[in-house]
Write a protein that binds this ligand. Structure first.
Ligand SMILES: [Zn+2]
Length: 432
């Protein structure tokens, strides 16, 4: 099969910038590089001068552009697209006032398909090719999302929200029902194309202890599926969890005792974790999704990223938009806000670390680090070709930048860079 070639400046990492004293040295950009895509995978990578495309093979040349792996949004609620930027509440009131009424509309399959399609197109427009997505408690909302993701050939994870208490009756699972619906959705969608299922209890207060335990069993029965939920986002929420689960050592322990920690578990937020909880994340291989625009918008608090990444017990951290509490699907905006959250705690977030979170961090959180999140041989060719300076004002700033770490830092603080092209890995029919 003919290869498709792409030529431009190609981003990769030579190491984990959180483990280096000189983080930006971990950022590598192959200037005037070239890569070839065959059967949806990266089949060749090197300097353009050494590339040998066969006669007739297509070469897309983007001089000056930056080619990066598709970015990864590790925590996002697609049904909340219509409530982004709703005014004036903190987490628990936010759920009652905006989230539950919005999510109640997703029993309607046509509405679900429409919102899911628009959401995925908007992700792609922002250079996001993979996300870990919450649907609602309705089966229709999950079917709609996966159908739209499949039709675009995307690598996406999603799950039905499990809730059997402390939410409006129309959104609640009946006894055992949520687990059985999830089981059927796993059978229908998990591993189909590039889709993955995520077992998705919304958070501890809206699931009974029995439902949390059953969710843990369901996850264990289906290796390769993910698990996503919320953790320690807001202080009132943490108090509530303490009153609902007085026998547990801490918030994370509620999930741990239900079998909901481990590799492939992604906990949204983790803003107010104790040292014991960070240790347990590290020991179990559980990941945290840092959602800075959401944490700032709802006034939830400042996620201590550098504490989470402490080198003696590093926790896997990814970036999430947390739409609709987050304010943008753009990972550049999310990285920019992550920088400010770090700055408010007297820390810095160099470009290499921010871009790592949005690529390698997300891939590791989802257990996909051998397939996505890098530009390397054999990796799935989900790629973004960025125009880092799409208007004269941005160009003026970018031209003053002296090197790639600086350009990438400006891209995330300005948020002006735009994808010229987003390539999605498309294996030839019948290939593995
Ligand atoms: Zn969330």
């Amino acid at each position: 099969m003919a290869k498709r070639w792409l030529r431009g400046n190609i981003l990769d990492f030579s190491g984990d910038p959180f483990l280096s004293d000189r983080p930006d040295d971990c950022l590598t950009v192959l200037e005037d590089g070239m890569l070839a895509i065959e059967d949806g995978l990266i089949a060749w990578l090197g300097p353009a001068a050494e590339a040998r495309p066969a006669p007739g093979e297509e070469v897309a040349h983007h001089p000056g552009a930056l080619i990066t792996p598709g970015l990864i949004d590790a925590h996002v609620h697609y049904p909340q697209s219509q409530m982004i930027g709703a005014f004036g509440e903190q987490l628990l009131e936010w759920l009652e006032t905006y989230t539950f009424p919005t999510e109640a509309k997703f029993r309607d399959a046509a509405h679900s398909r429409r919102v899911a399609g628009l959401f995925l197109d908007e992700l792609l427009r922002n250079g996001v090719t993979t996300a870990c997505v919450y649907a609602t408690s309705s089966v229709e909302s999950v079917d709609a999302f996966f159908a739209e993701a499949e039709s675009r050939g995307l690598r996406m994870a999603a799950g039905k929200v499990l809730m059997d208490r402390n939410a409006p009756a129309e959104l609640l699972d009946g006894p055992g029902m949520g687990i059985e619906e999830s089981r059927a959705l796993i059978a229908r969608w998990h591993g189909r194309g590039r889709l993955l299922y995520a077992v998705t209890p919304r958070f501890a207060p809206t699931s009974s202890p029995a439902q949390l335990k059953a969710a843990g069993r369901l996850w264990a029965e289906h290796p390769g599926t993910l698990m996503q939920t919320h953790l320690s986002e807001n202080l009132a929420e943490i108090d509530w969890v303490r009153s609902l689960f007085p026998d547990r050592a801490d918030y994370l322990d509620v999930y741990h005792q239900a079998g909901l920690t481990g590799r492939g578990a992604i906990f949204g937020h983790g803003v107010h974790l104790s040292e014991a909880e960070f240790c347990r994340c590290h020991q179990t291989g559980s990941a945290l999704a840092h959602c800075p625009t959401s944490n700032l918008f709802l006034g939830s608090g400042l996620f201590p990223l550098h504490e989470a990444k402490r080198r003696d017990r590093p926790v896997c951290v990814a970036l999430g938009s947390d739409i609709g509490a987050g304010t943008s699907l753009s990972p550049l905006r999310t990285m920019g806000e992550a920088y400010k959250v770090a700055a408010l705690q007297g820390r810095r977030l160099p470009a290499a670390q921010a871009w790592w979170l949005a690529t390698r961090g997300g891939a590791e959180a989802m257990g996909l680090e051998d397939r996505i999140g890098r530009i390397a041989l054999g990796y799935e060719a989900d790629l973004v070709v960025w125009d880092l300076a799409p208007n004269p004002f941005a160009r003026q700033r970018m031209e003053a930048a002296r090197n790639w770490p600086e350009r990438l830092f400006v891209a995330m603080t300005q948020g002006e860079a735009r994808p010229l092209e987003v390539l999605i890995s498309r294996p030839a029919p019948g290939s593995a």
